[in-house]
Design a protein around this ligand. Structure first.
Ligand SMILES: Cc1ncc(COP(=O)(O)O)c(C=O)c1O
Length: 389
C-alpha cells in the first residue's frame, strides 16, 4: 500500500531530527539543558484541574458534545475578548472551538481556498502553517521578517502579482520565533492591505498573554474593520499551561468562522465536554496565575539577556512570547552553531533555519527552564570560548 499523494507531499518535520539528537544524548546519560522546544514547563493552575474533575463527574459530559462545542465555552470566549480587549464577539456566529489552534491553522486553508490558490506566510514562522499549505494543495509566498522592520512583514515589498493572487494571510504576534510584538499601526496597515487586495487574514495570537516591559500584546480584532477581513486564533495552551488539553478557539469574521465550523462538522465531534467546561472556567475566572506566569517568563528573559551580555553575546530582548531569537556568531551557520552547542555544551537550541530561509543566522531559545538552568546554559556556552567580552 502506498500513502496518498497528499500525505506524500506533507512537509518533513524539521525539528524531528533535533528531538532525536537530544533524546539520544539524554539516553547516553548526558545532562542536556533543552532550550529547543516550545512546551510550557509549568503545570495547569489547580483550580482549572478541579473544574475538569468536577465536570468529568457529571455523566452529561460523557455523551457526544454538540458538533460546534458547548454554548458555555463559546460564551466564555466572547466574554474573555470583551474583558481583555474590549472586542465584541457574537458567541453564536463568531466563535469556533478548535482542538488546539494548530488544527484551526492547518484546516483554514482547506476551508476557504482551492488548490493552486496563494497564501502569504511569515518567514521565519511557525512550521505547522506549511502543513495546511500541503493539505489544501495551495501555493504560498513568504513575507520576510527582518530585524530592520522590527520583524514585521513589509507588505509594500511584495510583488503586485503576489498581492493580487493572495487569498489568505497569516501573521503571528507576539511572534514565534522572533519574540517581536505588533503595533496598532501595523494591524491597521494589515486591515487596509487586506481590504485593498481582498485577502482574508488569520492572526495567530498564541502568545497573546505574554508581553513584557508593561506592554500588553494587542489583539488584531481591536483594530477597526479587522472583523471584516479576518479572524484571530487564541489557544489556552500557553496562557493557562494547558498545551496537553488541546483546546483553543477562533474568533472574528463570521464567514470564516462558518467555513471552519462546516469543515469541523465533518472532521470532528468537538472536544470532551469536561475539557470545554474547564476551558470556560479558565477563561472566566480570576487571572492571577496568568500574571504570575507572564512575570516568570519576563524574569527568565531578563536573566537570559543579562547572562548573554556578560559572556559577550549581544542579544536583543524579546518583547513577548516565551522565546528569544539570538544571532549566531560570525563564521557559523545556524546548523553548525546548533550542533556545536549540543555536542560541546550539552545545550539544545532550535536551529533558526527550521523556521524558514530568513531564520538563517539565528537560533531560538525557549524560556521554559528555570533561571538557574538558563544561567548554567550560558556558563556552558561561555566555556566554549567563542564569545569575547
Ligand atoms: C505560533 C504558534 N501558533 C500556534 C501554536 C499551536 O498551539 P496549540 O495547538 O497548542 O493551540 C503554537 C504552538 O507551539 C505556536 O507556537
Amino acid at each position: 500500500m502506498e500513502f496518498s499523494k497528499k500525505l506524500q507531499q506533507l512537509p518533513s518535520q524539521f525539528f524531528a531530527s533535533l528531538a532525536q539528537k537530544v533524546n539520544t544524548a539524554i539516553a547516553e546519560g548526558r545532562d542536556i539543558i533543552n532550550l529547543g522546544q516550545g512546551n510550557p514547563d509549568q503545570p495547569t493552575p489547580s483550580h482549572i484541574i478541579e473544574a475538569l474533575q468536577e465536570a468529568a463527574e457529571n455523566p452529561l459530559t460523557h455523551k457526544y458534545p454538540p458538533f460546534r462545542g458547548i454554548t458555555e465555552l463559546r460564551e466564555a470566549a466572547a466574554a474573555f475578548y470583551m474583558r481583555e480587549y474590549g472586542v465584541t464577539i457574537d458567541p453564536q456566529t463568531e466563535v469556533a472551538i478548535v482542538g488546539g489552534t494548530k488544527i484551526g491553522l492547518v484546516e483554514l486553508p482547506l476551508a476557504i481556498m482551492n488548490p493552486g490558490d496563494m497564501m502569504l506566510l511569515p518567514d521565519p514562522g511557525y512550521p505547522d502553517y506549511l502543513s495546511g499549505v500541503a493539505l489544501a494543495d495551495v501555493q504560498f509566498a513568504t513575507m520576510p521578517l527582518l530585524p530592520e522592520n522590527k520583524f514585521l512583514p513589509d507588505y509594500d515589498a511584495l510583488s503586485e502579482d503576489i498581492k493580487e493572487q493572495a487569498k489568505l494571510l497569516y501573521i503571528n504576534y507576539p511572534n514565534n520565533p522572533t519574540g517581536a510584538i505588533a503595533t496598532y499601526d501595523f494591524f491597521k496597515e494589515t486591515v487596509a492591505f487586506a481590504k485593498k487586495h481582498h485577502i482574508a487574514v488569520a492572526h495567530d495570537f498564541a502568545y497573546g498573554a505574554i508581553g513584557f516591559d508593561g506592554k500588553k500584546p494587542i489583539s488584531f480584532l481591536q483594530v477597526e474593520g479587522a472583523k471584516d477581513v479576518g479572524i484571530e486564533f487564541y489557544t489556552l495552551s500557553k496562557t493557562f499551561n494547558m498545551a496537553g488539553w488541546r483546546v483553543g478557539f477562533a474568533v472574528g469574521n463570521a464567514k470564516m468562522i462558518e467555513a471552519i465550523q462546516l469543515l469541523q462538522d465533518h472532521l470532528f465531534c468537538s472536544l470532551f465536554p469536561a475539557v470545554q467546561h474547564a476551558a470556560a472556567h479558565a477563561l472566566s475566572t480570576e487571572q492571577n496565575a496568568v500574571e504570575q506566569l507572564r512575570a516568570t517568563y519576563e524574569s527568565r528573559r531578563n536573566v537570559l539577556v543579562e547572562e548573554a551580555a556578560k559572556i559577550g553575546w549581544q542579544v536583543k530582548a524579546p518583547a513577548g512570547s516565551f522565546f528569544a531569537w539570538l544571532p549566531v556568531p560570525q563564521n557559523y551557520t545556524s546548523e553548525q552553531f546548533t550542533d556545536l552547542l549540543l555536542n560541546k555544551a550539552d545545550v539544545a537550541v532550535a536551529n533558526g533555519k527550521g523556521f524558514g530561509e530568513f531564520g538563517e543566522g539565528y537560533v531560538r531559545v525557549g524560556l521554559l527552564v528555570s533561571e538557574e538552568r538558563l544561567r548554567e546554559a550560558m556558563q556552558r556556552i561561555a566555556a566554549l570560548g567563542i564569545f569575547h567580552k
